[in-house]
Design a protein around this ligand. Structure first.
Ligand SMILES: [Zn+2]
Length: 160
């Protein structure tokens, strides 16, 4: 895959970034003819999270970024997957009210409920550029291990 017309941190102009086998393989300045001036991958290049072997279709794919910026994957360092996407109390209850509401809501958690919400928020994070998530779940007498079990369940097979 080639990302063309990309802006890169610390570099002026537009660039082509070639990705293969989950790694940035080549970075070259975009020239007016559309041809690529080749150069080595930048020293700070990082592997992508897609480590699957590239098919010929993937190698031939060119995505025109039209000047959008290419950045490293984002990291979410604190995410409560078990309590994600709960909805919430009506506004104006304050922190103490929200804690009471959440404690009551946790009593109705099921493994399937937690797994579904956790998968939904993880997919949202990934679709917005998050490549790593450090997550944790609550274990207490009210919810027991339901959060751990729900967040440990493998997601259903994807269909892409
Ligand atoms: Zn927290």
């Amino acid at each position: 895959m080639i990302l063309t017309n990309a802006r890169l941190r610390g570099r002026a102009g537009l660039w082509d970034v070639e990705i293969a086998d989950g790694l940035v393989r080549r970075v070259g300045a975009v020239v007016e003819t559309g041809a690529v001036q080749t150069g080595a991958a930048p020293a700070d290049a990082v592997p992508t999270d897609d480590v699957s072997p590239s098919s010929s279709d993937e190698r031939d794919t060119v995505v025109d970024l039209s000047g959008r910026v290419v950045v490293p994957g984002m990291v979410e360092s604190h995410l409560h997957l078990d309590k994600a996407w709960l909805g919430g109390p009506a506004g104006g209850v304050g922190l103490a009210g929200a804690i009471v509401w959440t404690t009551r809501r946790k009593a109705s958690f099921t493994v399937e409920d937690v797994a579904s919400r956790a998968e939904h928020v993880a997919r949202l994070a990934a679709s917005n550029g998050t490549t790593l998530i450090r997550a944790h779940t609550e274990v207490d007498p009210g919810v027991g291990l339901v959060g751990v079990q729900g967040c440990s369940r493998p997601p259903p097979a994807s269909h892409h």
